[in-house]
Design a protein. Structure first.
Length: 392
């Protein structure tokens, strides 16, 4: 039996792209406020070189401003989501040096409903996931400079990994690639230089907009408040349900307003530690929920589709950790760090299965390992040019 990895992967990528484009053009506009905000911000940037909304990062709106809303944005997001399928294949090879596992993971990702859906609704997920996977693949290959570029571009898309990225650099350098203390310090310096170089234009933009240094955006304060205030109960930060949208309208300065949101949230957490813990558990369970929380996506169809797709991926990935995770712990530890970190962040701020999506490519890879090993797939395939993590 012959196995042509490249030919099969090409067919998978073509099918993935076609599926995403078709769904993007057929799916009605879901009316996500964030999606419209990115489109408006992109148009404003290319008119004024200024991004108005204070709670978003610049990279995705800038790209959408180039492509334009509609077909241009659909094609951009479809291409990015298809790129993520290719990166999942490459990452599976880097981790396990098994072409069957890589093809299975890519095939699952190509038809995974959540990936197809989020490639069609105008949100940051396709870009952020592609950049995140590119960073991890580069780290596993020992290519720290491009990894730094991809990671910082990911931060400029969504700041979720900003605090974690230096820790990942240190772990990959010291534990995976065994570069020693000096080598690790050198790679941290490389990351720091890339971070400053790529973030500086955004810092200058923010200084001109707000009259002071704003490292990321002005969204953390109100997100913390949305998840931790007397109205909070769903864990999702729903406006006028979990928080009062007009609570701080009397504060005109956006920096001061975000600080006021943050201070109010911290005061609430300090005064109600038991309620904070209860809300954190609600947000944790919502983050890992087997089907969407939002009422408009809780019909039987959405629940069944979620159970039949995310359910097996989660179950098989847990089986991987139970049977093989310990022996692979050194090389999969950065993925576990990322998973734990993202879960913790959204257990404190606000939560949604949307925010879990960047973890799911890794779960698909782990689930594919379980499926292949449990299925006793034992094809003899030459792995020329493929090496496992840590061998560079």
């Amino acid at each position: 039996m012959t196995f042509n990895h490249r030919r099969i992967l090409t067919a998978i990528l073509v099918a993935a792209f076609v599926a995403r484009v078709v769904v993007a053009f057929l799916l009605p506009d879901q009316g996500f406020p964030d999606a419209q905000g990115y489109r408006d911000a992109g148009l404003e940037f290319w008119r004024t070189f200024h991004i108005g909304p204070s709670n978003i990062m610049p990279l995705y709106p800038i790209l959408v401003g180039i492509t334009g809303a509609g077909s241009g944005q659909f094609l951009l997001d479809a291409a990015l989501s298809t790129l993520a399928v290719w990166l999942i294949d490459r990452l599976a090879l880097a981790l396990f040096a098994d072409e069957i596992v890589a093809i299975v993971a890519a095939a699952v990702a190509a038809i995974y409903p959540y990936f197809i859906f989020y490639a069609a609704v105008g949100l940051t997920e396709p870009l952020f996931i592609a950049l995140l996977l590119a960073a991890f693949l580069s780290w596993y290959r020992g290519a720290f400079f491009p990894a730094a570029i991809f990671a910082v571009l990911g931060i400029l898309t969504r700041p979720a990994i900003e605090l974690l990225a230096p820790l990942l650099v240190a772990y990959f350098a010291f534990a995976v690639h065994r570069l020693g203390v000096k080598g690790t310090a050198r790679q941290l310096a490389v990351y720091g230089a890339v971070y400053v170089a790529l973030m500086s234009p955004w810092w200058l933009h923010n200084y001109a907009a707000y009259g002071g240094f704003v490292r990321l955006n002005l969204g953390s304060g109100f997100l913390l408040y949305a998840g931790n205030n007397p109205m909070s109960h769903t864990g999702g930060g729903l406006v006028d349900i979990d928080w009062d949208n007009h609570a701080f309208d009397n504060i005109d300065d956006p920096v001061a307003r975000d600080r006021a949101y943050r201070d109010a949230a911290l005061a609430y957490i300090k005064e109600h530690p038991a309620r904070f813990a209860e809300l954190a558990w609600i947000k944790f369970t919502r983050f890992w929920q087997l089907w969407p929380y939002a009422q408009e996506y809780r019909s039987n169809v959405y629940v069944i589709v979620s159970l039949l797709n995310y359910g097996p991926v989660l179950l098989f990935s847990l089986a991987y950790f139970g049977f093989w995770g310990r022996q692979d712990l050194r090389k999969i530890a950065p993925i576990l760090m990322f998973t734990a970190y993202l879960t913790a962040v959204h257990s404190v701020f606000v939560s949604s299965i949307r925010y879990r999506l960047p973890i799911e490519p890794f779960l698909i890879i782990f689930a594919s390992v379980t499926a292949c090993r449990a299925g006793s797939i034992r094809l003899k395939i030459p792995l020329t040019g493929v090496s496992s993590a840590g061998s560079h």
